[in-house]
Design a protein around this ligand. Structure first.
Ligand SMILES: NC(=O)C1=CN([C@@H]2O[C@H](COP(=O)(O)OP(=O)(O)OC[C@H]3O[C@@H](n4cnc5c(N)ncnc54)[C@H](O)[C@@H]3O)[C@@H](O)[C@H]2O)C=CC1
Ligand SMILES: O=C(O)C(=O)Cc1ccc(O)cc1
Length: 324
């Protein structure tokens, strides 16, 4: 994500207030406030952004969500996380296409105001990314498996390969080692904060990965295990293909329209319910009725998932508080 613009940099201690506290952040009117500090600093920076930007939907780009979302009591805050970036930092690595078609997670809570979720959804889509609503705990569990443990393993591979060298000359590093360790040692202070803020989920996924390694070791140790090893390798190929195909469906979208009551959180409730069923909302728009007691929501989902999405929307709206 790179360094922040100069004006947003934390000020040196000499320019802080008499008691050493930073002066309050000041900002003009804004629709969206986006916080991009290390995860360790997000609580404080999100609070400052909420205080400085009245009326804005405040979001962030942090790699973990649970601790922050559960901390932030202000309903104008909706967590975010773009799955885009690299192991390098600094403005010299900026890329105009960074967010093109990148998944950008949004983690509203059940009570998040629909109008703010819609605004944020539109903002993220406007950057070229694919807004994807997900629960914050689910997000952290998935990221432990798909991002945090891979970083841990890249580090471990570098450590072990270095140990394996002994006194020999460094061999020419092949492409598999280079690819599999690209993120080793990335931005140490940033990553220490990411691991620490998702400790439980990373430990659980790391333990499960250690089990997989133990199974691989057992296969290798069998003198007649060749066929089993081939099957293991083939299964990994198939699973990798399936994982990389997720989200590549493209394809036509279908629109679902529904009249929703003006109850706080009904849109977040719809989005989280569809997300839990694996259905992403590719686009959304809200139109309040003149009496403001209800509004119409239009949601666009993948054609193949439309019947299920329609059922789930019906279920959410039939809940007693909405049916009344
Ligand atoms: N690097 C990546 O590929 C991705 C990073 N993220 C998330 O984006 C956020 C920023 O990461 P990067 O831009 O990679 O890190 P970075 O280290 O390149 O930039 C962090 C920025 O935060 C500023 N900062 C440090 N402490 C601060 C504080 N206490 N208050 C306010 N600002 C402070 C630094 O001056 C720096 O400009 C993190 O929360 C990270 O988890 C999310 C997706 C991808
Ligand atoms: O370099 C890579 O491949 C990354 O994985 C970048 C990255 C780092 C942190 C995130 O939360 C999301 C993406």
């Amino acid at each position: 994500m790179g360094p922040r613009p100069r004006r947003a940099r934390p000020r040196p201690a000499a320019r802080r207030g008499r008691r050493g506290r930073r002066p309050a952040l000041r900002a003009g009117p804004a629709d969206v406030a986006l916080v991009a500090s290390p995860v360790d600093a997000l609580r404080v920076t999100v609070d400052a952004a909420c205080a400085a930007c009245d009326g804005a939907v405040v979001t962030d780009v942090g790699s973990t969500k649970r601790a922050l979302v559960e901390h932030a009591p202000i309903e104008r805050f909706i967590g975010g996380h773009p799955l885009a970036g690299a192991e390098v930092a600094g403005v010299e690595h900026a890329r105009a296409d960074l967010f093109d078609q990148a998944t950008w997670y949004l983690t509203p809570r059940p009570g998040s105001p629909g109008v703010l979720l819609e605004r944020l959804h539109r903002f993220v889509a406007g950057l070229g990314a694919v807004p994807t609503v997900i629960g914050h705990a689910e997000h952290d569990r998935l990221m432990a498996a798909f991002s945090h443990v891979p970083h841990v393993i890249a580090n471990a591979m570098v450590v072990q390969a270095t140990r394996a060298l002994g006194g020999e000359a460094i061999p020419v590093v092949g492409p598999s080692f280079r690819d599999a360790t690209r993120v080793a040692g990335a931005n140490p202070p940033l990553w220490a904060g990411i691991y620490a803020s998702n400790r439980e989920a990373v430990l659980a996924q790391l333990d499960a990965t250690i089990d997989v390694l133990a199974q691989a070791r057992a296969l290798l140790a069998q003198p007649d295990g060749r066929d089993a090893l081939e099957a293991w390798q083939a299964q990994a190929a198939e699973q990798r293909r399936a994982l990389l195909d997720v989200g590549m469906t493209g394809g036509p979208l279908r629109e679902i329209r529904a009249v929703v009551p003006n109850r706080p959180g009904v849109i977040a409730d719809l989005a989280l319910t569809l997300s839990a069923a694996g259905i992403n909302i590719h686009d959304m728009s809200l139109s309040p009725q003149p009496d403001f007691r209800s509004g119409e929501v239009a949601l666009w989902v993948a054609e193949a998932l439309e019947p299920r999405a329609r059922e789930l929307v019906g279920d959410v709206l039939a809940r007693p508080e909405d049916a009344a």
